[in-house]
Design a protein around this ligand. Structure first.
Ligand code: SF4
Length: 388
């Protein structure tokens, strides 16, 4: 029997698909389901009757959708799974919500919080980011890019990821401080070969000093515009959009759009008080989960391309911008009367919908624009956006 050694995080090792009990089954989620070359060959050679279920787009072969639902889903069951078995599933379905990345001989298993059960396990599970090395028989991994790094092994990867998990979950740092340190850290990492990162990451982080303030005048506007464009996705309910609109204040019609928007005093007061503090651990878990999902800081390519950016600086900027956008989204779901953060089930619902919208579509134009401005201007601009 074939065996595979994996590095895996606790939140995915404890995952079990909710199937028909799922509140938002992924077969009905209206996103691109990539088929991949291996299952396509199986359909052509062995199950040609499945070929009418397949369409193609600019990225390759995908499952057809009708009314946002995969056409293979019939009477609550996947007809490809029923007819051809698990090994014939499209690449996306074979893995989802798992994410695999291969760095030399290191295979890493993580997952995406666009699955509600993964969101639940990340936010409320026991030690979600504990990592373990496991050996499994007949692990089925489909469509994973192999990345080669000189002289790189599992210890190099483990040293980096352990450091980052401790940094992001530190009680001594606020969310903006975590984001600024990550941004600063990758500037140093970018000058060193990946195999030496584990040795240098702690001294680099210890050398952090706050940047000069940016010369740009910013407020909450740029991040709110990014959030509003992410929320245009079909994964987002009207109720979620309305909550955000209710929180936003147009501060002056005369200002340019990106400095015109802010948040109303009731939400601003919550953000700087106990409610804002209650959101901090949630956001830190999001940061850590995104690090594990994207393979940060080892830049890699997914079916959506290098959707987090092309350089380490762009990746750190994207992570910061999405975290700050999520902060506003969660704030919009806090109760201004009771001065209370969202209840756990609402948190899960908002989180997985945000991740579906942000992770399963190409980055929006305002996000790319802000990413390039932050990565091009240095951490001074990030500091201002995070403090807005
Ligand atoms: S979204 Fe997650 S829990 Fe729900 S059906 Fe898909 S994999 Fe299972």
């Amino acid at each position: 029997m074939a065996t595979t050694t994996l590095q895996a995080f606790n939140y995915i090792q404890t995952f079990s698909c909710l199937a028909e009990r799922c509140e938002a089954n992924c077969c009905e989620a209206d996103w691109r389901i990539e088929v991949g070359s291996r299952p396509m060959a199986v359909y052509r050679d062995v199950f040609p009757e499945l070929l009418p279920l397949i369409a193609s787009d600019a990225g390759g072969n995908v499952m057809k959708q009708v009314d946002g639902q995969c056409v293979a889903l019939t009477a609550g069951r996947c007809s490809i799974h029923a007819q051809a078995g698990e090994s014939a599933l499209p690449d996306t379905c074979a893995n989802y919500p798992r994410m695999y990345r291969r760095l030399n001989a290191v295979t890493v298993r993580s997952a995406t919080m666009s699955c509600p059960e993964i969101s639940r396990l990340v936010l409320f599970g026991d030690k979600p980011f504990l990592r373990e090395q496991i050996t499994e028989e007949n692990v089925f991994i489909s469509g994973v890019n192999q990345q080669h790094l000189d002289d790189f092994d599992a210890d190099n990867w483990g040293g980096v990821i352990d450091f980052l998990m401790n940094l992001t979950q530190s009680d001594d740092l606020s969310v903006p401080q975590v984001l600024l340190r990550l941004y600063d850290l990758v500037q140093g990492l970018a000058t060193i070969p990946e195999a030496k990162w584990a040795d240098h990451i702690a001294p680099l982080a210890a050398a952090y000093s706050p940047a000069e303030a940016s010369v740009e005048s910013v407020n909450a506007g740029p991040v709110l515009i990014v959030l509003m464009t992410i929320l245009k996705s079909s994964q987002i309910t009207e109720e979620i959009r309305e909550r955000v609109v209710e929180m936003i204040a147009v501060e002056s019609e005369e200002l340019p759009p990106r400095t015109r928007l802010g948040i109303k005093p009731a939400w601003r007061a919550m953000a700087s008080g106990a409610v804002g503090m209650a959101l901090e651990p949630i956001l830190k878990k999001y940061i850590a989960a995104e690090i594990t999902r994207t393979g940060f800081p080892f830049i890699s390519t997914t079916s959506a391309g290098r959707d987090y950016g092309k350089t380490l600086s762009e990746w750190a900027s994207t992570l910061a911008i999405r975290t700050l956008a999520l902060r506003y989204l969660l704030l919009a779901h806090c109760d201004t009367d009771l001065q209370h953060p969202p209840e756990p089930e609402l948190l899960v619902a908002v989180m997985y919908r945000f991740c579906r919208a942000a992770n399963h579509s190409p980055a929006t134009a305002p996000e790319i624009d802000l990413r390039l401005r932050v990565s091009g201007n240095g951490s001074g601009l990030l500091q201002e956006i995070a403090a807005a």
